[in-house]
Design a protein around this ligand. Structure first.
Ligand code: IMP
Ligand code: MG
Length: 203
């Protein structure tokens, strides 16, 4: 099957993503420098796997700062499910680093939907007493719960639709698409039926 099978339409194309990331990286850098009264000693990025990987790789190459990266893993959308099943930190990869104390930390995630994932990550990291803690998402859905959630950097606000591509998945596919796209509903229903998954909730 083609990588782009089942695509409905391109919501945000790769050029628009690239332009917006330039702006975002400038804002993040300027804020950190202002806060540190100059260039900060270092920052620590805490990306949430797996959806943030493409965003992360494009963003870090635009940040001219001394940087460490600590990956964490939070699961909330198993398989073909399109509605959050409640966020939980996964065992192995997910030990929240003990070394975040007194550091400038930036959490990176792909999308803010219900906010459960970001809230969990933020609260666990805050407990490690970083010097500063900020949050950054590629996408925020225009639904009340997501719009009400405090987040420092948002690249794009999007309609309350399920999207894939540029790191975001459906059943772990589509992450490699360079654009952010929606899927055809008939295609999604079929995939959910084939998975025979009772967790295949479509909001
Ligand atoms: P939240 O905890 O409900 O805010 O969901 C956040 C996580 O759910 C994200 O990190 C994504 O992995 C996943 N997610 C939410 N909405 C979408 C979507 O439209 N497409 C793909 N993944 C999504
Ligand atoms: Mg995710």
């Amino acid at each position: 099957m083609q990588a782009d099978a089942g695509i409905d339409r391109v919501l945000i194309g790769r050029e628009a993503i690239s332009r917006r990331l330039d702006e975002l990286a400038q804002a993040i850098t300027a804020d950190l420098c202002a806060q540190a009264n100059g260039i900060p000693d270092q920052i620590t990025l805490v990306p949430i796997l797996t959806g943030s990987i493409v965003f992360l790789s494009d963003l870090i190459r635009r940040l001219p700062l001394r940087m460490q990266i600590r990956l964490i893993s939070v699961s909330s959308y198993p398989g073909t499910s399109q509605a959050s099943q409640g966020a939980k930190i996964e065992a192995s990869l997910s030990q929240i680093p003990e070394t975040l104390v007194a550091q400038h930390v930036l959490i990176i995630d792909d999308i803010l939907d219900s906010g459960q994932t970001l809230r969990l990550a933020r609260d666990l990291i805050q407990a490690k007493q970083p010097a500063t803690l900020r949050t950054c998402v590629l996408l925020r859905k225009k639904r009340p719960i997501a719009m009400a959630f405090p987040v420092d950097y948002v690249a794009f606000e999007i309609p309350d639709e399920f999207v894939v591509g540029y790191g975001l998945d459906f059943d772990d596919y589509y992450r490699n698409l360079p654009d952010i796209v929606t899927l055809r509903s008939d295609f999604v229903s079929k995939a959910v039926r084939q998975a025979g998954s009772s967790s295949g909730l479509i909001r």
